[in-house]
Write a protein of this length. Structure first.
Length: 360
């Protein structure tokens, strides 16, 4: 079990990563009421064990449908109404038990219900355990714009037990590993080499074997958000691979790629762009690309229009006045924020990745 500490303007909190982490919820007593936000399929598989280990027999579940469509203002209203019907007040606790959708939705509900109640993140996917559940960013989607409306609202604790990943299928599991690759690029050669060695043997039903990898990846997020909680500068490095990735998702109406798969392609594209700009040596670029590809197969990208992707890039929510803040690798362990990369070079980088994908 690894215990990581996040420092936050609103109060510090721990991230527990390891088998048995759910027991950390037993300390959260003294609330007027407690509730669990989750999805029914996940609850059917893990609910009894979760309630037993977490000591939450008095906490009724509130179910939302799976998928991105649940990250909406309408669903916020639905969940808030159910909390009200169950008697939730300002001294209630909300437990977000699920993946990124549940975490983002639950955090947003907690940050706004009666102007804010306590909540705990219990992530159940790879992406959520190493990334989205940490840092206090909450959000819902508006129309086709992902995470357009949100808040910075840190949880009281994050409890990541890799045992629950056994319910992920291989595609969802490998999708999440692309976020781990992103963190390895940011962390530096030691973690990158560790991941290179371990990737072939990582499987969703091997919780204890996954624990050190997930904990090290989570540590990257913890260190960044502790230094830049509200994304004033440093936290932008976590957007590595996401500028292209979000455009790929939007161009395909969020139906072709799982989020981590879009990030995987995004990592390949920004690696290519960094090389075209002369920031990244080809040998190191190939090392990054090789690790991304070793994670597993990605959905096809060759049919996407570079012109359409370029049209979507400035709409990324991290752009300022339409100016893209690219996060580009200079080497494994160092990235640079670049504001003036020519869009023509970005298009060339995308075409290069598309050409390479046709030969895989």
């Amino acid at each position: 079990m690894r215990r990581l500490r996040v420092t936050s303007q609103s109060g510090n909190y721990d991230v527990l990563v390891g088998c048995g982490a759910w027991r950390g919820l037993r300390q959260f007593r003294g609330y007027s009421s407690r509730f669990i936000l989750t999805e029914r399929g996940l609850w059917n598989r893990w609910g009894k064990r979760f309630v037993r280990e977490a000591g939450l027999r008095d906490a009724p579940p509130i179910f939302v449908p799976p998928g991105e469509t649940s990250k909406s203002l309408k669903m916020v209203e639905t969940v808030a109404s159910q909390l009200l019907e169950h008697g939730a007040d300002r001294r209630s606790l909300l437990v977000a038990f699920g993946g990124g959708v549940i975490g983002d939705l639950g955090g947003f509900v907690a940050s706004t219900y009666m102007r804010g109640i306590d909540y705990v993140q219990v992530p159940t996917t790879v992406v959520a355990q190493v990334d989205s559940a940490i840092g206090g960013k909450t959000a819902v989607n508006v129309r086709a714009m992902k995470n357009l409306v949100g808040t910075f609202y840190p949880p009281r604790q994050v409890l990541a037990d890799p045992t629950v990943l056994a319910s992920l299928d291989e595609r969802a599991f490998h999708s999440g590993l692309h976020e781990v690759v992103k963190h390895a690029i940011l962390a530096g050669p030691a973690f990158f080499r560790q991941l290179e060695a371990k990737i072939p043997s990582l499987h969703p039903n091997q919780g204890r074997a996954l624990e050190p990898i997930l904990a090290r990846a989570a540590q990257v997020k913890v260190e960044v958000v502790s230094r830049d909680e509200r994304e004033s500068g440093l936290r932008r490095v976590l957007n590595l691979g996401h500028t292209f990735g979000h455009a790929f998702e939007e161009a395909t109406a969020y139906r072709r790629f799982l989020h981590g798969e879009a990030v995987g392609w995004g990592l390949l594209a920004v690696t290519s762009l960094a090389q075209l700009l002369g920031l990244l040596k080809p040998a190191e670029g190939e090392q990054i690309a090789r690790l991304v590809r070793r994670v597993g197969p990605l959905p096809p990208i060759g049919d996407l229009s570079p012109e359409r992707i370029l049209e979507l890039l400035p709409r990324d929510k991290k752009a300022v006045a339409g100016q893209i803040h690219w996060v580009l690798p200079e080497r494994i362990g160092k990235v640079r924020i670049v504001k003036d990369a020519p869009l023509g070079l970005a298009a060339n980088a995308l075409r290069e990745v598309q050409r390479g994908s046709r030969h895989e």
